[in-house]
Ligand binder design. Structure first.
Ligand SMILES: Nc1ncnc2c1ncn2[C@@H]1O[C@H](COP(=O)(O)OP(=O)(O)OP(=O)(O)O)[C@@H](O)[C@H]1O
Ligand SMILES: [Mg+2]
Length: 358
């Protein structure tokens, strides 16, 4: 019968399909126990939202079953997020938050808030701990899209985020009356973002998604100045004007040293409910083509469907209210791809050499 070392040798041949290194080198195998013909071990994924979980488990099982004498294999799969390091280290970290991810666009109305709400909930559905910060101070739409109107409470001098659909949520829309306009100058806006980041008790989170207002303005700058944003996802429609504006947003994140994790094309096509014909209202494939031309990952396409708007207006995100639809499946798949890109960026990037002792 093999020893735990034999099992580790076998698992050392299994590659993480995203990270292109073996699971043992990546530190993803723990607790190897051999008891007669029975082997058990733990696989530690880099995210609960890993879409390749079943594939990785099957590869582990196949590798270990080739070790002579193994009769029974018990695999426990857990996840542990890894936290990227702020290269500048002059911004205040959010202590319990592993990854801050911005959801931006160049053009307004392309579906950032809809996509942010659904991605946050879809990530939470995988078991990840997720927060969603509504960065749209002047026009917060997320309270409606999540169906929450409760005032956040306070504890020990901190603001407590509101719970909705398994995520922690905070928005200016929870603090002002519905219909009331927020008329603030830049410095006050800066203060609000700072407060939402550092005065809110976000707790332990794998992901904090920040839904940004359109464009390349004060909120984007404030967010990036005040905490380490690990990456940004850009939402666009296939229309030329939206893509042109998305390119500007991508350039802004580049200038501010925030890696762009990928491009999401929303309102990609419309399937006519009466004749089933596919209509490409805003053009076709341009988001993907432009992403690839810029060397950026394409995270996926979401169709235009009246129910996406209706579920948003009713405060029940599509991934909750109609999970078996093409649009909800697209949103769930995009959440998985986003999680993959974050893992690749955090774990897959060459690790900095340890500081030499002198
Ligand atoms: N795939 C879709 N199918 C149908 N309607 C959609 C889709 N995506 C978004 N919408 C609708 O389009 C409108 C604009 O979406 P949303 O508010 O999410 O965009 P936004 O980019 O956040 O806008 P803003 O720039 O104002 O913040 C909303 O009414 C929303 O319900
Ligand atoms: Mg919005």
């Amino acid at each position: 019968m093999g020893t735990p070392d034999d099992i580790l040798m076998a698992l050392g041949t299994v590659q993480d399909p995203d990270l292109h290194r073996d699971l043992v080198t990546l530190g993803m195998i723990e607790d190897v126990v051999v008891d007669g013909g029975r082997v058990s071990f733990t696989v530690v994924l880099t995210t609960a939202a890993c879409p390749l979980k079943a594939e990785i488990e099957a590869d582990c099982r196949a590798a270990v079953s080739a070790v002579p004498g193994v009769q029974d294999i018990a695999i426990r799969t857990i996840s542990r997020m890894r936290k990227p390091k702020d290269p500048t280290a002059d911004r205040k970290a959010l202590p319990g938050v592993a990854q801050v991810i911005a959801i931006g666009s160049g053009k307004g109305g392309v579906g950032k808030s809809t996509v942010s709400a659904n991605l946050a909930v879809a990530l939470a559905q995988t078991g990840a701990k997720v927060g969603l910060l509504d960065g749209d101070i002047y026009g917060p739409n997320l309270p409606r899209m999540l169906g929450v109107r409760r005032q956040p409470s306070q504890r020990d001098g901190k603001i407590m985020p509101v719970e909705a659909w398994g995520i922690h949520f905070m928005s200016m829309g929870l603090l002002v009356d519905q219909g009331e306009a927020v008329v603030w100058r830049g410095p006050m806006l800066h203060g609000a973002i700072k407060s939402f980041l550092h005065d809110v008790d976000w707790g332990e989170l794998d992901y904090l998604l920040v839904d940004l207002p359109p464009g390349t303005g004060d909120v984007q700058l404030s967010l990036i100045q005040q905490t380490f944003v690990a990456g940004a996802a850009i939402v666009t429609t296939p229309s030329t004007v939206a893509i042109e504006d998305a390119v500007k947003a991508i350039a802004m994140f580049g200038k501010l040293n925030v890696p762009v994790l990928g491009v999401i094309e929303n309102m990609s096509y419309f399937i006519c409910p009466s004749c089933n014909a596919r209509h490409e209202i805003f053009g076709s494939g341009t988001g993907e083509a432009r992403a690839l031309a810029m060397g950026l990952p394409f995270l996926g396409a979401i169709p235009l469907h009246p129910d996406v708007r209706i579920t948003g207006d009713e405060g029940r995100p599509a991934v909750i209210s109609s999970p078996d639809t093409e649009y909800a499946r697209a949103l769930t798949a995009i959440a998985g791809h986003l999680a993959q890109r974050i893992s690749i960026q955090t774990v897959g990037a060459p690790q900095p050499a340890p500081a030499s002792q002198s």
